[in-house]
Design a protein around this ligand. Sequence first.
Ligand code: NAG
Ligand code: NAG
Ligand code: NAG
Ligand code: NAG
Ligand code: NAG
Ligand code: NAG
Ligand code: NAG
Ligand code: NAG
Ligand code: NAG
Ligand code: NAG
Ligand code: NAG
Ligand code: NAG
Ligand code: CU
Length: 569
Amino acid sequence: MEFNKMSWVLAFLGFMFLGGICKADGATHFYDFVLKETNFTRLCSTKSILTVNGSLPGPTITVQKGDTAFVNVHNQGLYGLTMHWHGVKQPRNPWSDGPENITQCPIPVGTNFTYEINFSTEEGTLWWHAHSDWTRATVYGAIIILPADNTTYPFATPDAQETLILGSWFKGDVMEIIEDALATGGEPNISDAFTINGQPGDLYTCSNETTYRWLVDSGNTYLLRVINAVMNEEQFFAIADHNLRVVAQDAAYIKPITTPYIMITPGQTMDILVTANQPPSHYYIASTSFVDGNVTFNNSTTTAILQYNGNYSTPSTTPFPTLPDHDDDTAAENFTKQVRALASEDHPISVPLNISTSMYIAVSINERICANSSCAGPDGNALSASLNNISFQTPSISVLQAYYGGNTNGVYATNFPDIPPYFYNFTGDFANNTLYPSFGTRVRMINYGEGVEIVFQGTSVIAAENHPMHLHGFSFYLVGTGSGNFNSTTSPTTYNLVDPPEVNTIGVPKNGWAAIRFVADNPGVWFMHCHLERHSSWGMDTVLIVRNGNTSESTIRGPPAYMPPCSNS
Ligand SMILES: *[C@@H]1O[C@H](CO)[C@@H](O)[C@H](O)[C@H]1NC(C)=O
Ligand SMILES: *[C@@H]1O[C@H](CO)[C@@H](O)[C@H](O)[C@H]1NC(C)=O
Ligand SMILES: *[C@@H]1O[C@H](CO)[C@@H](O)[C@H](O)[C@H]1NC(C)=O
Ligand SMILES: *[C@@H]1O[C@H](CO)[C@@H](O)[C@H](O)[C@H]1NC(C)=O
Ligand SMILES: *[C@@H]1O[C@H](CO)[C@@H](O)[C@H](O)[C@H]1NC(C)=O
Ligand SMILES: *[C@@H]1O[C@H](CO)[C@@H](O)[C@H](O)[C@H]1NC(C)=O
Ligand SMILES: *[C@@H]1O[C@H](CO)[C@@H](O)[C@H](O)[C@H]1NC(C)=O
Ligand SMILES: *[C@@H]1O[C@H](CO)[C@@H](O)[C@H](O)[C@H]1NC(C)=O
Ligand SMILES: *[C@@H]1O[C@H](CO)[C@@H](O)[C@H](O)[C@H]1NC(C)=O
Ligand SMILES: *[C@@H]1O[C@H](CO)[C@@H](O)[C@H](O)[C@H]1NC(C)=O
Ligand SMILES: *[C@@H]1O[C@H](CO)[C@@H](O)[C@H](O)[C@H]1NC(C)=O
Ligand SMILES: *[C@@H]1O[C@H](CO)[C@@H](O)[C@H](O)[C@H]1NC(C)=O
Ligand SMILES: [Cu+2]
């Protein structure tokens, strides 16, 4: 299929006129993504899934730091949906950020929408995924951001690169799975496999012929990009007999960590140096879930094979890496506590020290009361989830459209609370009044330029577990984590304000807290949510709206000439 080059020219001109500025540096890239149903065979059966261009994972977007990419998404699927460029800050440009009915309405079937992806400070690995219901289960791919011209990696240039994307495979239809779960109020079905680059691997039935193989040359050092696109479980990941040297997380460099395994939450990306320094052979690469809550989860293990090139006899047994137990908090923490920003002269950081906006957000699983205990969740109620006891309701007109047009009535309210409604021992026996949230579309308005601190407080309501919180429009500094309740006097004394990692997704420890900081220097409408998909579906979400500053450079851009329509606008 040929796409009209004229539409690219028009999109580009629109960008020049409406965007105002066109950066002198930075190249422009154009991609066409065709969303369509495609048959895939996995786990002994064939089913039709939504893909980009028929591939799983979808196409890789490769740019250099500071570039711009235009992605024209042609929806030839069965339902409307949106796309998101996870971890790309999109300065002043929420129009292309993507979460459904937050920054845009779905792209209707049979139409196209061009996203403009503005790369700024990001360098390393990010990813893209659909951002409508559970469509991201099959609609995802890598974003590789290479150093800008005349700059290099802060380590010896690797001999070659490789990308491994961790995913979930469901035998059923993902849209039906979440619809059914929301209708009954119970837990959605767990996935049937985890995958590496779309393949379950040798430990699943009918999968060993297609196990993903990464071919390496003895002696080479590779830059391995690992992306966690799994739907509902955090992951441990390791390669047999090969240490991992982690050098970046969420497209920002860190002080190198040498480790036998990593813990990576859905939404996170890690850049890892791997040297092929073992006897030429085959070695298993494996990934399995890290879930520390009393919840049902997929406990299976996906594998790929690291296979050395050359002449040697195929080993009779392939070494398998040691992965921590599924609920091993200590192992997860041992890794994540080591992560510190590189914070070098070439890659400086700037941690906000003056905080003018503080929020303390309780993160909970809840119940929605069902008449006659008729639902399939605990106590005959429906499962739900909340931030500060507000369970987020997705509007049917985009929050951005309402905000920009000044017509917010009935779309959202600006009273998202800065503190939980009740203070109690959040990590102890939960109070009954926190079990049932209220429901609404409440956002937090933030003035341009504020120094913002958000402390996420994990709670034990229904089931304490680690939650990967993700913020759109920003990367932020993870200045502290701890167990138990956050104490506003003692906890901040433990902060790392020297070299905290600059990330876009963090695991809030089970029955613990995590503190993040950022400067609100990106005007727009920015979704904030748990990246465990079922929690987000249950309402563990909110929206931060950063107001315009006083200059054109601190003002949200105008909308592109065409935005997908909201059906009742
Ligand atoms: C996707 O497929 C379309 C139609 O075949 C093609 O024009 C486009 O270049 C493909 N995109 C990528 C990123 O491969
Ligand atoms: C997918 O498979 C189904 C059932 O096997 C078949 O009816 C359908 O035509 C296939 N679709 C495509 C696009 O090949
Ligand atoms: C994309 O959509 C625009 C307007 O929405 C339309 O003018 C154009 O023809 C479409 N292009 C393709 C290739 O479908
Ligand atoms: C990179 O360096 C070359 C040679 O020094 C110079 O001509 C070019 O302008 C530089 N490019 C950038 C983007 O700075
Ligand atoms: C896959 O497993 C089958 C059955 O155990 C075996 O016969 C076959 O050789 C295996 N294929 C590969 C590529 O390992
Ligand atoms: C785990 O959850 C189940 C219900 O989902 C409950 O019956 C059980 O008591 C819980 N176990 C613990 C240790 O909390
Ligand atoms: C994995 O989960 C299944 C249920 O889904 C359970 O039967 C099995 O015992 C679990 N295995 C391990 C090792 O936890
Ligand atoms: C975590 O680190 C501590 C101290 O370095 C060590 O004693 C412990 O064995 C580690 N635990 C795991 C599960 O790696
Ligand atoms: C988004 O809004 C549209 C109407 O514009 C509605 O059809 C759709 O269901 C909404 N999506 C969600 C996730 O609520
Ligand atoms: C909160 O509850 C936990 C678990 O019961 C307990 O260990 C902790 O001491 C309690 N904290 C306070 C401040 O009471
Ligand atoms: C909590 O409150 C609800 C509604 O008021 C009530 O039905 C339920 O029995 C209470 N549960 C406990 C454990 O107190
Ligand atoms: C915070 O810690 C201080 C010092 O240990 C203590 O006096 C205070 O009671 C704690 N505050 C809360 C809310 O637990
Ligand atoms: Cu969560």
